[in-house]
Design a protein around this ligand. Structure first.
Ligand SMILES: Nc1nc2c(ncn2[C@@H]2O[C@H](COP(=O)(O)OP(=O)(O)OP(=O)(O)O)[C@@H](O)[C@H]2O)c(=O)[nH]1
Ligand SMILES: [Mg+2]
Length: 599
């Protein structure tokens, strides 16, 4: 894999040229769109944020795959450090970005407004302990700390020159939110290492995930991990099987590198070069170094270029509308604008239908939630009240009974409800996420329809955008045991002691404790049901409002583009002519930029 130095130089020059072209084109596009004024503000903002990503030049390589395939171990091996937590149980719950820094450091960023928390090596805690509090399922179950991402700085050679490795949660475990995070992270990645292992061989769920990865990322490397427990014959069979499975999805059989991340890590830590090579990790590292040297810039630019072109397609369509409109007679223009207006009630009806489907979907998920909640209530009563009955029948001392029941309820309630409610939240979250992502597809189709109608009315060629759509998700609330109510109403026991016989008092206490137990269970169930329902309604409401807002924006931008021409009768002829000339020049410039980016 060795390269000649001249080849490297030629490559660098070529990449720099490409980079300059893209950056230059983007700057020109931004300035053109800026000059078009407020009607193009959204496009202007989007292009600006793409420019920021391009200038930062960070290349994000994610390690992706099913849970427990060895993703975190592989990153540790590449870094030569036991940095990331690994285990035989599902571990990684939060995306962790590892970039170059002279000394090891870490920062935790939160979903909320809370300030990031910093780790530095000068404190008492080790980085591993610090990380485990935030990125693991055990230290941060169901992400109750509301962590958005963790950033680590590390002096590994591989990370120099803007490479960022991303450790991701695995798909397919019982922690469904990990699967969602694994999908959500894709638009932020530029390339991936996709990890599979022979225990068990690749599954349907992994193939579905890979399909999404291939749609969203321009480059993926394939690794078969954990080969250390395979014989030579088994290794060949496993590689062949994986190759066959991948070839169904991809065009032909891709290169698959067999590795043992675990042996690789051990070899790195002891400085054993031969074992490093035997583990397959040397080939992975070399392939990455080659890739970074040759294709990193190109791959990063490919994804940005696609997004820039999509913006330009929209801007050009609007400009073409304005220009066509300017060239029409007033009468003809009014007719076409009317035709567009007449198509709007249809769109409005489709929008209402989409909103109806959405509220129907919400009702369905709420129905499912009620069902699940009732099951939990039932099971809670059976389990917790059964325990109380045992005490009622065995404890004769009234005070002791009261004390025991209170302590037992205090412990049992969070212990029973926390996992049950996490399960319900997972079920509801999955259901809602699927429905909302269908809704997003519907919304996008409707928005494109408006653009297409306008283009057809004005005889302008129409092109749909190419960029992959974002993955929609509904995130449920985070659970903590503080949520659960386990205090009972204090009752006037002492008073009753004075006046009542022991037997009567004991019976009354039992009946009161039974009622209190039932009430506590109901209160907890209601509280949780209410929290989940609120989160659900809010998510659906936001998506509904999002559809209305996006659609209204598209309609008003399209109409504004046409109505530019209506003003011409109010202005001087030479003003119209100069406006027309300006729009033509800008359109030509933007089309040229777009074509040069595409070619
Ligand atoms: N035999 C063998 N075990 C490995 C290898 N790589 C990782 N493991 C083990 O597999 C288990 C899972 O490894 P992790 O690195 O935590 O896996 P992960 O994909 O990051 O898991 P999640 O974070 O839960 O998605 C650990 O017990 C590792 O020691 C390997 O090459 N060979
Ligand atoms: Mg992991």
């Amino acid at each position: 894999m060795s390269k000649l130095p001249e080849e490297d130089v030629a490559h660098e020059v070529q990449e720099q040229r490409l980079h300059n072209t893209l950056e230059g084109s983007l700057t020109q596009a931004i300035s053109c769109v800026d000059s078009l004024g407020n009607a193009y503000l959204d496009n202007y903002n989007e292009l600006n944020s793409l420019q920021k990503r391009l200038v930062a030049g960070q290349f994000r390589l994610a390690v992706l795959g099913q849970f427990k395939r060895g993703k975190s171990t592989l990153i540790n091996a590449l870094l030569g450090d036991t940095l990331l937590p690994t285990d035989i149980l599902p571990v990684t719950a939060i995306p962790t970005f590892i970039a170059y820094a002279d000394v090891v450091c870490a920062q935790v960023h939160f979903i909320t407004e809370a300030d990031p928390i910093h780790f530095s090596t000068s404190g008492n805690q080790s980085l591993a302990d610090f990380l485990s509090d935030y990125v693991t399922e055990t230290g941060n179950p169901d992400n109750h700390r509301q962590v958005e991402r963790v950033e680590i700085g590390h002096p590994a050679q591989l990370l120099r020159q803007g490479v960022v490795l991303i450790d991701t949660p695995g798909i397919g475990s019982t922690h469904k939110h990990n699967t969602e995070v694994a999908y959500q992270i894709l638009p932020q990645c530029d390339a991936a290492l996709f990890l599979v292992s022979p225990d068990p061989p690749i599954t349907e769920v992994e193939l579905d995930y890979l399909k999404e990865i291939c749609q969203q990322l321009p480059r993926t490397f394939y690794l078969l991990n954990k080969i250390d427990f395979l014989s030579e014959k088994e290794r060949i069979a496993s590689l062949r099987f994986l190759g066959d499975q991948l070839s169904v999805l991809l065009d032909g059989v891709p290169q698959i590198i067999p590795v043992s991340a675990r042996n690789g890590l051990a070899a790195r830590l002891t400085g054993d070069q031969q074992s490093w090579k035997n583990s397959g990790m040397q080939l992975v590292e070399q392939s990455l170094i080659d890739f970074f040297a040759r294709e990193k810039q190109q791959t990063l630019q490919d994804s940005l270029r696609r997004r820039i072109c999509d913006q330009l397609v929209h801007v050009c369509l609007q400009l073409q509308l304005s220009l066509s409109a300017l060239m029409l007679s007033d009468e003809e223009l009014t007719q076409r604008i009317d035709k567009f207006r007449q198509s709007l009630p249809d769109i409005e009806r489709e929008k209402l239908a989409a909103e109806d489907v959405l509220s129907g979907d919400l009702k369905r998920v709420e129905g499912k939630l009620s069902q699940e909640i009732n099951n939990v209530r039932q099971r809670g009563k059976e389990k917790i009240l059964h325990q109380l009955e045992v005490y009622f029948q065995t404890i004769a001392d009234t005070e002791e009974l009261e004390r025991l029941v209170r302590t037992s309820l205090g412990a049992e309630i969070p212990q029973f409800f926390a996992p049950e409610m996490r399960r319900v939240a997972d079920v509801i979250q999955l259901e809602a996420t699927n429905l909302l992502s269908l809704h997003q597809d519907r919304s996008n189709r409707l928005i494109e329809k408006v653009r297409k109608i306008a283009a057809d009315i004005f005889d302008i060629p129409y092109r749909a955008p190419t960029a992959a759509e974002s993955y929609t998700t509904f995130s449920g609330p985070s659970w903590s045991s503080d949520l659960f109510i386990s205090d009972m109403d204090p009752l006037g026991q002492r008073i009753s002691r004075k006046f009542l016989t022991h037997k009567f008092r004991h019976r009354r206490t039992i009946s009161r404790l039974r009622d209190e137990g039932r009430k506590l269970i109901n209160q907890n169930v209601e509280q949780i049901s209410w929290t989940l329902r609120l989160g659900l309604e809010e998510s659906f409401r936001q998506y509904g409002a999002g559809l209305t807002e996006q659609l209204d924006k598209t309609i008003s931008a399209t109409r504004a583009a046409m109505e530019v021409a209506l003003k011409k009768s109010e202005t001087q002829a030479f003003e119209t002519a100069s406006q027309e000339l300006y729009l033509k020049q800008t359109l030509a410039k933007l089309q040229e930029i777009q074509h040069s980016l595409e070619s």
